[in-house]
Design a protein around this ligand. Structure first.
Ligand SMILES: NC(=O)c1ccc[n+]([C@@H]2O[C@H](COP(=O)([O-])OP(=O)(O)OC[C@H]3O[C@@H](n4cnc5c(N)ncnc54)[C@H](O)[C@@H]3O)[C@@H](O)[C@H]2O)c1
Length: 425
């Protein structure tokens, strides 16, 4: 059973899937193993991920392991309708690009009503829905793909509301070091350049947040010749972050060669703004008022609340879509251009293609192996669980192998010494 935009897009979707498949050697290996072992036989897996070609290969891999797949998108704009059409003949898919809020939740409901035993989530909406519907006891466990989702899971756990184990896939080294940094870096730049067809060199690009995503975006913008300004924040934002707190990251940005300042200063000089904080209200009326005529604003964080789009919608003198996914607002006697409705700029269709294929091969390799772990060795305790080190290391090793790199092994003596058993002079 499926609901997609147009089934006649299937042929183009198959072509997209082919391109991803031949560039995803990690998932190819895992699929081969799954075909033999059938570790997911008889399981229903509920999925809320950006439904595009790389996700399609993950879902094919899980299906090869014996699972029945029910999939929706984790974002109203990010579905590749061609891929969704191609997948819909092989599994159950409820997704199309350009959904209303109601349609988005309707699709998640179709997935959760199948009472899946394992969830793969991106942003925590599906996990939350499983709890709201009272299905949490039926779920063996889940995997969470992104920073914002992991933050929400920690909040649920703190409040005693998380009732099953969830692997924080986002926090695996092989995920956040590569996907959030290199993946978001390249795909954000790629989407902005393709959408605007304007030169990046010589422009002042303000990047809010110097976490894993922010530093990837800043580095790549700078490599294209932009003057990058980094905006961070000094305050206690809760959970310990794998990459340090705001003051560390601001210093890191400074030492990486970027200007660092408050948003109220950066707002006056930026040509292009990219938010990647996972926090809310980064660009609001105050900043819009300070911006130059023609400023371009975009978001690469998970939710669309980093930019106060509602303010622009309500208060602009006029608005018009001047290019696909580019909205021109006339406000405060100037023009401000908002990209992709303030939603993930690198994933909003049709202009965003998401992360490079090889990057998602690694991230989804972790997802597939974590799903097998949930099926075979279900963690006993509810709560946020670290991805097992063996899985994290195995995926990095497979990625190295795919790039033709094989490392030497430490000697027995070196292992002992590294563990602290040894003497030096
Ligand atoms: N676009 C994508 O494809 C993609 C990929 C991965 C993650 N994400 C999302 O991107 C967001 C960031 O993820 P991350 O892994 O970089 O997180 P992170 O925790 O490593 O970094 C976030 C940074 O934002 C800073 N910050 C918070 N509030 C701020 C404020 N008011 N002003 C300035 N800086 C502020 C924090 O100090 C932190 O350094 C999350 O929402 C995540 O889910 C998007």
């Amino acid at each position: 059973m499926s609901k997609v935009k147009d089934i006649s897009f299937s042929k183009d979707g198959e072509q997209e899937l082919y391109w991803a498949r031949v560039h995803m050697p990690i998932l190819a290996q895992i699929k081969k193993d799954f075909e033999k072992e059938k570790p997911l036989k008889g399981l229903v897996i509920g999925v809320a991920l950006h439904l595009e070609k790389k996700t399609g290969i993950l879902l094919e891999t899980l299906a090869a392991g014996g699972a029945q797949i029910w999939a929706a998108s984790c974002n109203p704009l990010s579905t590749d309708d061609r891929v969704a059409a191609a997948l819909s003949s092989k599994m159950n898919v409820f997704a199309w690009a350009g959904q209303s809020k109601e349609e988005y939740y309707w699709c998640l409901e179709q997935v959760i009503s199948q009472k899946p035993q394992i969830l793969i989530d991106d942003g925590c909406d599906l996990t939350l829905l499983a709890h709201q519907k009272g299905y949490e006891k039926l779920v063996l466990g889940a995997c969470e793909e992104t920073t914002t989702g992991v933050n929400r899971l920690h909040a649920m756990h703190r409040d005693g509301k998380l009732k099953f184990p969830v692997f924080a896939v986002n926090d695996a080294y092989s995920k956040h070091l590569f996907d959030n940094r290199y993946g978001t870096g390249q795909s954000t730049l790629d989407a902005i350049m393709n959408m605007l067809n304007l030169i990046v060199a010589g422009k002042t690009v303000v990047v809010a947040g110097y976490g894993w995503c922010g530093k990837g975006i800043a580095k790549r913008m700078s490599a294209m010749g932009a003057r990058v300004v980094s905006v961070e924040i000094d305050g206690d934002l809760g959970e310990d972050k794998s990459s340090g707190s705001g003051v560390h990251k601001a210093l890191e940005a400074l030492y990486d060669g970027f200007a660092v300042m408050k948003m109220e200063e950066a707002a006056k000089i930026g040509d292009i703004f990219v938010t990647a904080t996972g926090n809310r209200d980064i660009l609001t009326e105050k900043e819009f008022r300070l911006m130059k005529d023609g400023a371009i604003v975009s978001n690469s964080g998970h939710f669309d609340n980093e930019i106060d789009v509602a303010y622009l919608e309500k208060n602009a003198k006029s608005k018009k879509e001047v290019k696909p996914n580019v909205m021109e607002y006339e406000i405060f006697g100037k023009k401000i251009y908002l990209l992709s409705q303030g939603r993930l700029v690198n994933l909003a269709r049709p202009t965003g293609q998401g992360h490079p294929v090889e990057i998602m091969d690694g991230s989804f390799g972790i997802q597939a192996l974590c799903v097998r772990e949930l099926a075979k060795n279900t963690p006993k305790k509810a709560g946020v669980q670290a991805v097992p080190k063996e899985i994290d290391d195995a995926v990095a090793r497979m990625a190295l192998k795919a790039n033709g790199v094989v490392l030497g092994k430490p000697t027995k003596e070196q292992i002992e010494y590294a563990k602290g058993y040894g003497e030096g002079t």
